[in-house]
Design a protein around this ligand. Structure first.
Ligand SMILES: CC(=O)SCCNC(=O)CCNC(=O)[C@H](O)C(C)(C)COP(=O)(O)OP(=O)(O)OC[C@H]1O[C@@H](n2cnc3c(N)ncnc32)[C@H](O)[C@@H]1OP(=O)(O)O
Ligand SMILES: O=CC(=O)O
Length: 769
């Protein structure tokens, strides 16, 4: 195998493998010193396959090299760079990732055209400055033995090809193999690729007109990992979102914060290790001064002083319009638990939010002959990006999948900050909800991300505002600290109660004395839940921000008025508890619940926008660690095990097919509620729980669970119908759910494993632009 040891300055050009189309490509940057080693991306990439061919994905190198030293003369092609369309519209999807580094004129652009497959023609090299050697990466998918023709204008000597040009092919085992130059004459060279049935690209062409190209190996290829590589589908619609500048911003965030995020996630692991060894979460003595100190967060922006009722929902187009029109004060548009994070869902969601902020969003439901558009009065938009732990496997930055939440946040912020502040935030915003944090160090990262974004946008520090969901058990001991870190950017905390229950099990996964009763029994009247809500209200009001209530899982029941009324009554009761406790607002999962929730809050708060000053809840100051950790009481039944199983499998099946929130048995189910089903089953199986009720005395075991799964799958099939069952992904869902419930150690998140099933990378075929 060939190896290149000399990392002399070089340029990279990339091309498209869809040779039937004319394509343009950028040469990115020069480098004059050895490139830093980057960990192979495949180590962190979920297994995924190319769409269409089903082959295991072998990662092609991205095509940007980090500039290590600014070039002395400005590239003669700087003007070409400048003239690139600002929205990236003529840039093939594989290559938008190159663009973020263009800014400092350090790169040179070459265009090249692919006339017909499999002949490639590279043009523009004549414009290279004297002395610029070149490496060209052609990320093609090789079918078998083919010839390629490279035409380099301005480099006329045939000798040149034999001495200074070399071609390598990356094989499916990721090794690089030198390929043979068959003929070279004038400006052209025909190259034969090894006669192998490989579907893996790319081809690397290295050209150094002034120095013989040395042999190289995989370490050299690490260099290609510098840059942004978009592997998601790219079309005209997504091009509005995936612009070079927006991606550049995401890449900047990723580069600036990746080590902080990695550290924070390592700290989570370390905390888990301690809890697994018997430690309990508690207040941190080192930050007592923050808890006991007198300080307040920045004043609440007038635009969101009144948040009495907030609706939540996925960023699906029709739902975005319905939610904004629902009569709620706020719509929390969800990239997180209510959304299955497929590339399509995420990018469409970004398009939908952009249109929503612009006020132009419409939806034509042809089947029902109904056009949806925004009312004059709409809810204020908050956006919930994914948690820190989720990768975005369609965008690689420097060879690693981007952090999902930075992609969600970065793209949304980049495109919407200006119109949002004008039309929605009255000079403030955009507004966010931040999920699943476990420690204030994670809030600090968000705070820094916000400051970085404000700087980029040239807006005042403190413009961006966020409400943090307190939805992990460790975070309840960090509420003051979290608000403190975000004090310039905070608009409160929210009782993310479903994830909180999930987190209770997760935190105590090695504590068999803390088993949960049936999921339906873990309500807000359990002492540990009530203590959490009360302390959250006290903490927020002391710091001058909103204390938001949580989600009642009931949704309207259309075909049964009595059951519907009963469900509504449960929602009213829950909201009454919240408003009386001092919450400033609450969540509803469905537009049909908004009037009932508004009525309860209005009746109990009158015209006041919030209770920040009126419900201090100083009585909650005495809440202790024991209160917050008290073991929930109740029975564990066979029905509970069955319901968890039925709900968990159906939820995962929906998630795999693109729906992140679904109605099941008249309740809203999303990733948080499904997590409770999963971890509770795991806990009961792991510790051989003895059941109460009908199953009295029966111990939960893997064998029992297997039988339950079989029976519940049969029940699901009869409930949804054979046809839907066959077409759906119930069997795959069952496999995932069953594995997770019986795993020797508890998976951190259901969605991390399931994500592997929904990643579809698009290495071939540029978008049709
Ligand atoms: C634990 C947590 O993390 S909570 C936050 C995350 N979870 C959520 O946000 C869940 C949000 N809720 C939902 O997704 C939905 O309400 C579901 C999936 C539970 C039920 O949705 P559907 O099955 O569509 O309900 P249904 O058929 O009754 O809907 C009636 C209408 O209300 C709309 N609708 C329902 N829920 C919402 C919502 N949350 N936002 C906007 N519109 C909604 C539907 O689109 C439909 O509109 P249409 O009449 O114009 O066609
Ligand atoms: O995200 C909200 C929750 O309840 O979980």
């Amino acid at each position: 195998m060939a190896t290149l040891s000399s990392l002399t300055p070089f340029l990279l050009v990339s091309s498209l493998h869809n040779a039937k189309q004319q394509s343009r490509v950028q040469i990115l940057s020069t480098s004059s010193k050895p490139l830093a080693h980057v960990r192979p991306a495949t180590a962190t990439v979920p297994t995924s396959s190319f769409e269409g061919n089903g082959a295991t994905f072998v990662q092609p190198p991205p095509f940007e090299l980090r500039k290590s030293k600014p070039p002395s003369p400005v590239s003669p092609l700087a003007s070409v760079v400048q003239s690139l369309p600002a929205d990236g519209s003529s840039i093939p999807h594989d290559h938008v990732g190159h663009l973020p580094r263009i800014k400092n004129h350090s790169c040179i652009v070459a265009w090249f055209v692919i006339p017909i497959f499999p002949v490639f023609s590279v043009r523009g090299l004549e414009q290279l400055a004297v002395g610029s050697p070149l490496a060209v990466a052609l990320p093609i998918v090789v079918v078998s033995s083919v010839s390629i023709r490279v035409s380099v204008e301005g480099l006329e000597s045939s000798l040149f090809w034999n001495v200074y040009v070399q071609y390598w092919l990356q094989l499916s085992n990721r090794n690089w193999e030198l390929v043979k130059i068959i003929t070279s004459s004038g400006t052209e060279s025909v190259v034969s690729l090894p006669d192998r049935k490989t579907k893996a690209g790319p081809i690397l062409v290295a050209i150094n007109p002034f120095k013989k190209v040395s042999l190289y190996g995989n370490d050299y290829i690490e260099a290609y990992k510098q840059g942004v590589d978009n592997r998601g589908r790219y079309d005209e619609e997504f091009a509005k979102i995936l612009t070079k500048d927006a991606l550049k911003f995401v890449a900047e965030l990723q580069r600036e914060f990746r080590s902080h995020i990695r550290y924070a996630l390592e700290c989570r692991k370390e905390a888990k290790r301690r809890y697994n060894e018997g430690a309990l979460p508690g207040f941190d003595p080192a930050t007592r001064y923050i808890r006991e100190g007198e300080w307040v967060c920045a004043p609440v922006p007038p635009a969101v002083a009144d948040r009495k009722v907030e609706i939540t929902g996925p960023v699906e187009r029709k739902m975005v319009i319905n939610a904004l029109n629902s009569g709620a004060k706020v719509f929390m548009a969800d990239f997180e638990d209510a959304l299955s994070p497929s590339w399509e869902n995420l990018m469409r969601g970004q398009v939908n939010l952009k249109d929503a902020v612009a006020g132009t969003i419409t939806f034509n439901d042809k089947a029902r002959n109904k056009v949806y558009k925004l009312n004059d009065q709409t809810a204020k938009l908050f956006v919930r990006p994914r948690g820190w732990h989720l990768p975005e496997a369609h965008i690689f930055i420097d060879g690693e999948p981007a952090t999902g939440c930075l992609v969600d946040f970065g793209l949304y912020f980049y495109h919407n900050h200006a119109p949002f502040r004008q039309t929605q935030g009255a000079g403030f915003g955009p507004f966010f909800y931040l999920p699943k944090m476990e420690h204030s160090r994670e809030a600090k990262i968000w705070n820094n991300v916000f400051e970085r974004a404000e700087k980029m946008a040239g807006i005042e520090r403190g413009s961006i505002r966020a409400t943090v969901l307190i939805e992990t058990l460790p975070a309840v001991f960090q509420m003051n600290e979290i608000l403190y870190e975000l004090r310039d950017h905070s608009v409160g905390l929210n009782c993310g109660r479903w994830d909180y229950i999930f987190s209770y099990v997760k935190t105590f996964q090695a504590h068999p004395d803390r088993l949960l009763p049936d999921r339906v029994l873990v309500g807000m009247t359990q002492h540990f839940m009530k203590s959490y809500s009360d302390l959250l209200i006290r903490t927020c009001h002391r710091r001058g921000v909103h204390a938001m209530g949580g989600m009642a899982a009931q949704i309207p029941i259309r075909d049964d008025p009595a059951a519907n009324e009963a469900a509504l009554e449960l929602v009213r009761k829950d909201k009454l508890r919240e408003v009386k406790a001092g919450h400033d607002g609450t969540w509803a999962a469905h537009p049909g619940l908004i009037p009932a929730c508004v009525e309860v809050f209005n009746n109990n708060m009158g015209n006041a926008p919030n209770q920040i000053k009126d419900a201090k809840r100083d009585d909650a100051a005495s809440i202790t660690e024991e209160d917050l950790l008290q073991i929930p009481r109740g029975v564990r039944t066979m029905d509970g095990l069955r319901l968890n199983t039925r709900v968990g499998i159906q939820y995962v099946a929906a998630w795999l097919t693109g729906s992140g929130s679904v109605p099941l048995y008249n309740l809203m189910e999303d990733a948080a509620t499904a997590e409770i089903s999963r971890v509770q089953n795991w806990q009961w199986i792991k510790y051989g729980v003895e059941l109460d009720g009908d199953g009295l005395g029966v111990r939960v075991s893997k064998e029992l669970f297997s039988r339950v799964v079989e029976e519940e799958m049969a029940r699901i099939e009869s409930e949804v119908g054979k046809d839907k069952f066959k077409k759906g992904m119930y069997k795959e869902a069952c496999k995932i759910f069953k594995r997770q419930c019986t795993a020797p150690t508890l998976d951190d998140f259901l969605t991390l494993d399931a994500y592997n099933y929904i990643v579809i990378q698009h290495p071939k075929g540029p978008a049709k632009l």
